[in-house]
Write a protein that binds this ligand. Structure first.
Ligand code: TLP
Length: 361
């Protein structure tokens, strides 16, 4: 199977498995796991923050960050397609008691001008703004990258108003490779950053939340409260360390493969996609002209050995990663062409339903 559903599907490399087997461990709830401690220290260094916390998932990292920065009843400003709003089971409401103030953007990238208009002080009717959350790269906008100047402007202006900024940097290493700006510089103005080692970096499990020592000390308690005190987690941290040391320098290949895939897809009749918009390892494209619903295309691809998920009734997503090479991308394009062959003729009759519902699994 050629698995383009997500970069979460990578299997640990032999080097990761070896490191896991040999990892020195201890009870991390007592702060005694040397490998977890090493990982947390390394993550703090990479991000230029005072401290970092190893969490099992990106969702837990974002959830803890939102809780650290906000009070119940506050608003979190974010892009309307952001992961914190759409794919975390309403965690900002469930755990932090906050509501999202979503902003519509074309490419998932917020501007200060848009954010400024949505900032609310406490008033007789308004929930005050507690946090701004920015997603870099932006998953559902197709792996788009924040320009560093935009991050600075949002953070500087927000801080002047006493509002913190969290970066959902699940794929911030992809942003770094694409923009050729070190991770440390990208995340510098944000108060906290979460990044995942279990996505493009290829580790089997885990994410890191980095920020001030005070924020991370509070975060450690929230992690325990969420059931994320992982004890001998050094076996996982060991794989994460290998991922951080080995993978970033090869993410450019995933980006090239994504662009290759995008160029091929754009040539298939009925697909709307501008390959020039593909900046990293995520390709999102409109199949409403094909004449088959995305779920049907997905099923047909599966019969041909390719896994690719629908995003909603109109869009599909393909994500490249280190278990998919150029030859696999070529095969995926052939499978796609074969799967939709002959259906484009009925495209004019195809309804284009709402994009609101998401079937991404
Ligand atoms: N994204 C997953 C799915 O949940 C959609 C994927 O396949 O892309 N932030 C961003 C930007 C993410 O893309 C994800 C996962 C997360 C946070 C959450 O990470 P996990 O899955 O570790 O909780």
């Amino acid at each position: 199977m050629i698995d383009l559903r997500s970069d979460t599907v990578t299997k640990p490399t032999p080097a990761m498995r070896r490191a896991m087997m040999e990892a020195e461990v201890g009870d991390d709830v007592y702060g005694e796991d040397p490998t977890v401690n090493r990982l947390e220290q390394y993550a703090a260094e990479i991000t230029g923050k005072e401290a970092a916390l190893f969490v099992p998932t990106g969702t837990m990292g974002n959830t803890i960050a939102i809780k650290i920065h906000t009070e119940h009843g506050e608003e979190v400003i974010c892009d309307s397609r952001s992961h914190v709003l759409n794919y975390e089971l309403g965690m900002m409401a469930w755990f932090a008691g906050c509501v999202a103030r979503p902003i519509l953007t074309e490419r998932g990238i917020l501007s200060w001008d848009q954010v400024r208009k949505e900032i609310r002080p406490l008033g007789p009717h308004w929930a005050p703004t507690g946090l701004i959350s920015i997603e870099n790269t932006h998953n559902m906008a197709g792996g788009t990258v924040y320009p560093t100047a935009v991050i600075h402007e949002i953070c500087d202006q927000a801080h002047e108003r006493g509002i913190p900024v969290h970066m959902d940097g699940a794929r911030v290493f992809n942003a770094s490779v694409a923009s050729q700006v070190p991770v440390r510089e990208i995340v510098e103005p944000a108060d906290t950053v979460m990044f995942c080692v279990s996505k493009a970096l290829g580790a089997p499990v885990g994410s890191l939340l980095a920020g001030s020592a005070e924020a991370i000390a509070r975060g450690r308690l929230f992690r325990k409260r969420l059931g994320g005190g992982m004890r001998q987690a050094g076996v996982l941290a060991a794989a994460a360390l290998v991922a951080l040391e080995e993978t970033p320098q090869r993410l450019g290949q995933d980006h090239e493969n994504a662009r290759f895939l995008a160029k091929g897809l754009a040539q298939i009749a009925g697909i709307a996609l501008d390959p020039a918009t593909v900046e990293t390892n995520i390709v999102i494209f409109d199949v409403s002209g094909v004449g088959l619903p995305p779920t049907e295309i997905s099923a047909r691809l599966k019969q041909r050995g390719v896994l690719m998920n629908p995003v909603n009734d109109r869009l599909m997503r393909a994500v490249t990663h280190f278990d998919v090479n150029r030859a696999a991308c070529e095969m995926a394009l052939d499978a796609f062409t074969e799967a939709v062959n002959g259906y484009q003729r009925s495209a004019a009759a195809t309804e284009c339903p709402s994009t609101a519902s998401s079937t991404l699994a």
